[in-house]
Design a protein around this ligand. Sequence first.
Ligand code: SF4
Length: 293
Amino acid sequence: MFQILKKSVQTGLVTIGYPHRPAQIPEHFRGAPSFELVGWQDARPAAEACPTGAISIEESEARRRVTIDYGLCIFCGQCAEADASGAVKMTPDFELAVRDRGDLVTTVEYPLTSDGRQGPAAVVQTGSPALQRTLQPLEQKLQRRIRDILGRSLAIREVDAGSCNGCEMEIGALNNPVYDLERLGIHFVASPRHADMLLVTGPVTRNMELALQKTYRATPAPKIVVAVGACGISGGIFGSQNYATVGAVDAVVPVDVFIPGCPPRPQALLHGILLALGRMEQRLHASDAGRAE
Ligand code: SF4
């Protein structure tokens, strides 16, 4: 007993201060890629290297349309390695959760030069006009209502709808002494009937589709659904539909917040959960894809 007490005193406080203090990110942590969109001269090597189709290209006549979808991105770094120009870089960014799936998508149109390279970007579009808008009065009212009802004490039911368990490892870490989710008044529960939020991982397998629908119906209103990871957002490397999966969580139940990553680190999960409660702000804007480092 004395040894345990001595060890506790020696160890001291290990719990992180995030979100009240900035996250301490390990030096080698790999977050979202960043793209120098305006001056990008050739997106083809990065698009060819991307294993999930997060970077896709359409060409018509003298134009090239490049689409970047963070909802498909698994943060593998292949694009940055393939792009010799330095226009693609990996960053430690992890606060990527959004309320609108379209906010994860950026499309850029370039004129093509005679050698097949790109001229300066002609048009940059975000997937959703939501990026530029401020919350409408009804949405603001809804956000306040969610915060009033669920903001101080939240019960989460985690649903593994077919994941590889990478996301579960990170979700499990939220309960350890380092991340200590309960200090924020948030805890996991065993039944959807006791839950305010469903935290759903994985491309939804056909075997789990009905179970997810039943879990959603069993959760009392008002309820929030958060899709976790590239698979939960888009089907990830498994794609949107195949013989075994139906793809994204929002193909089965309505989703309120999307948390990119493969898997998202615990602070990224915290950011997404608190964003859903209106206790943190959305940080990612699709135009950020083109930010200069
Ligand atoms: S980091 Fe994302 S965008 Fe880049 S190659 Fe990997 S999946 Fe594709």
